[in-house]
Design a protein around this ligand. Structure first.
Ligand SMILES: [Zn+2]
Ligand SMILES: [Zn+2]
Length: 528
């Protein structure tokens, strides 16, 4: 049945002959044609970006994506294998930005979104021919000649359709919350994007002194790994049932004179925080006894400002998330720069101080630090060092330590990400999670441990999915919001938008769609 093979024939040469035979005789096409009326086996393939050359990761994936469809084909099924190209998003935007020498979002706005998008479109498929060569040489069967592109009109319209389905089911909402943003790309990222970019870096942590307003000379100590967020501090959090101590210590001040200071620290953290300093416990209390005490703000920039909820600011609150695992057992709260902080801020109606723009630059009201990038690429401690120097000069620095930790970076441009309160659109995953978990039980996995392991854990931990990016070359979210009354209209198909706007629409990218307006369904004037 088999041809006899000369053992000296080089294997690659044999492969090339087989490929030639397949291609010349259109064997893949025939394998489909022959089974056209057979039962279907659906194969879904996540499309790769054509902005880079295929690498070994793609090759491993491709081997599996070829084996399974072949198996079902041999079992007599019709297995369509349509190729696709992921054309949108940060990968191509970053390439075009590099070519343009752009370093920030405002550079793109200067160039113009239309020109920028045209450049993205013209460059996104530059490695297609290389991909075709590699996929063919692997022996993978896929219809690459009729592949779809995520920038195609029809594809983008299908994204609108999906969005509308979710919208109609009440699974889409907009929310202002703590997210990870890339300050260079000036956009929010999804959790899976954030998870891709963790790197171990050295940072400077600081233990700082907040002086109690009614007990001069007594300082509450808080530890932070992000000294730059201290300007946004509006509260301190303690654990209700955690034991805290007042300790007295004598130190030499800047004039060389001895003076006593009292520190408030969690009892469990005393040894670590005080190190070899001499001290004496003068009082023991519970966290709940500290709650409500006011302290002096570390920075004065926002004291004169007309802040909402100012009366609730710069006080001690109790919170469930406080532990004595690290730090001082007292947590510095900056609602603009952390998830727990934001939650506590909402719950306790704390003032909100966001001294940093979405571009990572400190705003002008923080006069001493205006213009500094809080986490500069290549020198990410630079601003923290400036803050620490300031604290030291003002006698509110207790100690500083080098600190190594795993920190998220932008998966495209490697800029350190910031935890930042901003607004984003979400899919309400929590609403459908119970059903999704139930349905996931029916999925069979190879290897089997992934079902309960990596995938199962991911599903259990799934949270609402941030789907909006504040960028340019991508599918747009098909919501039109009235400038006047806030009424929203969502489109699942382009024909409906054409009808309502009276405009012919042939491209669904931002630079076109932003210009499509129509009258609000309510009694308002033209909507935006
Ligand atoms: Zn980035
Ligand atoms: Zn309106």
């Amino acid at each position: 049945m088999f041809k006899k093979i000369d053992p000296k024939t080089p294997l690659p040469k044999m492969e090339e002959e087989i490929l030639k035979f397949w291609n010349e005789n259109k064997i893949f096409e025939k394998s489909l044609e022959n089974r056209k009326d057979a039962k279907k086996y659906s194969f879904y393939d996540g499309p790769p970006f054509a902005t880079g050359m295929p690498h070994y990761g793609h090759i491993v994936g491709s081997a599996m994506k070829d084996t399974v469809p072949r198996y079902w084909t041999m079992r007599g099924y019709y297995v369509e294998r349509k190729w696709g190209w992921d054309c949108h998003g940060l990968p191509i935007e970053n390439i075009v930005e590099k070519e343009l020498g752009s370093n920030a979002k405002k550079d793109i706005e200067k160039i113009g979104v239309e020109k920028f998008n045209d450049l993205c479109r013209s460059k996104v498929l530059q490695y297609v021919e290389d991909w075709k060569k590699v996929i063919n040489r692997l022996g993978r069967w896929a219809d690459m000649e009729n592949g779809y592109k995520t920038m195609d009109f029809s594809y983008m319209e299908s994204v609108w359709w999906v969005f509308k389905q979710l919208w109609d089911k009440g699974l889409i909402y907009e929310s202002y919350r703590s997210m990870h943003i890339c300050p260079r790309c000036e956009t929010t990222l999804s959790q899976s994007e954030v998870a891709e970019g963790y790197q171990t870096i050295k940072d400077l942590s600081a233990t700082v002194k907040f002086e109690l307003s009614e007990e001069k000379g007594t300082y509450v100590l808080a530890w932070t790994t992000t000294p730059w967020t201290l300007i946004g501090n509006v509260a301190l959090a303690v654990g209700k049932d955690i034991d805290y101590v007042y300790v007295e210590t004598t130190l030499t001040d800047e004039k060389g004179e001895l003076k006593d200071e009292i520190y408030v620290i969690a009892k469990d953290r005393l040894a670590q925080v005080m190190g070899d300093r001499k001290y004496q416990i003068v009082r023991e209390i519970k966290g709940s006894d500290l709650a409500g005490k006011s302290y002096a703000p570390m920075f004065s920039y926002y004291q004169e400002k007309d802040l909402k909820n100012k009366e609730n600011g710069w006080k001690i609150y109790t919170a469930d998330f406080v532990t004595t695992q690290d730090g001082t057992g007292i947590v510095h709260i900056a609602p603009a720069f952390g998830e727990d902080d934001m939650e506590l801020g909402k719950k306790m109606q704390l003032p909100f101080v966001q001294h940093v723009g979405m571009d990572g630059i400190i705003k002008e009201e923080a006069t001493d630090f205006f213009g500094l990038n809080v986490k500069p690429v290549g020198n990410h401690q630079a601003t923290d060092i400036e803050i620490i120097k300031y604290l030291s000069r003002n006698n509110v620095l207790f100690s500083k330590e080098k600190y190594e930790h795993s920190y998220p970076h932008c998966w495209r441009c490697e800029t350190p990400l910031l935890n930042y309160a901003t607004s984003s659109w979400f899919v309400d995953v929590l609403k459908i999670k119970a059903r999704a978990l139930e349905t996931a039980k029916k999925i069979s996995w190879t290897p089997a441990h992934i079902k309960e392991g990596r995938f199962g854990k991911w599903m259990e931990g799934a949270r609402d999915w941030s789907i909006s990016r504040q960028r340019f070359w991508a599918s747009v979210i098909p919501i039109w919001k009235c400038d006047k009354c806030g009424e929203m209209k969502v489109f699942g198909e382009v024909a409906e938008l054409e009808k309502i706007s009276g405009q012919k629409i042939t491209d669904l990218h931002k630079h076109i769609v932003d210009g499509v307006t129509f009258k609000c369904g309510k009694t308002c004037l033209p909507a935006g």
